[in-house]
Ligand binder design. Structure first.
Ligand code: ZN
Ligand code: ZN
Length: 167
């Protein structure tokens, strides 16, 4: 793509243009597709025919995706963590009441994977919200899927689609 502010050809879709320091899609002086000069009123590039303004450019931005993925991770992870802790405590107490040696610990351990999944989802969610360490954010979304698939599936989609916004 080309920086819309200074016209420099860029590799990939960097958040900030290394040449002029602006957000590449924030400018209006050049076509992002071919680098031809445009004005702030140009909607279709006269040289290559690419749409340079309007809904398409907005949609391609997608800066909201990591934040949304992170919130979904937390929505899936936090209740799962609470349920996991309560389950571990409850099952542990039940096991101890049975009076069988080691049974309390065994019952408590059943809830442990739930707690671990939830913690990974929460940590990944925080990294997604801060747009840092994409791999960890993706791991968080995958574990959010184990916690609550209804939140985990969109979290994975938004994490993958919002990858370019991570540092
Ligand atoms: Zn630039
Ligand atoms: Zn063009």
């Amino acid at each position: 793509m080309f920086c819309r502010n200074c016209g420099k050809e860029l590799t990939g879709s960097p958040e900030i243009c290394p040449e002029c320091g602006a957000k590449p899609m924030r400018g209006t002086s050049f076509c992002p597709n071919c680098g031809a000069p445009t004005t702030e009123l140009t909607e279709i590039c006269p040289k290559c025919g690419a749409r340079v303004a309007g809904k398409v450019a907005e949609k391609a931005d997608g800066a909201w995706m990591p934040l949304t993925a992170g919130i979904l991770d937390l929505v899936a992870g936090v209740p799962t963590l609470i349920i996991g802790i309560l389950l571990a405590a409850g099952l542990g107490a039940l096991g101890r009441l049975s009076g069988i040696v080691g049974f309390g610990a065994l019952m408590g351990a059943i809830a442990t994977p739930l707690i671990i999944f939830a913690i990974i989802a929460i940590v990944g969610g925080v990294f997604a919200i801060r747009k840092r360490t994409w791999g960890l954010a993706l791991a968080g979304s995958i574990f959010a899927l184990f916690c609550a698939w209804i939140f985990g599936i969109p979290a994975i989609v938004f994490t993958v689609m919002g990858k370019k916004h991570f540092r």
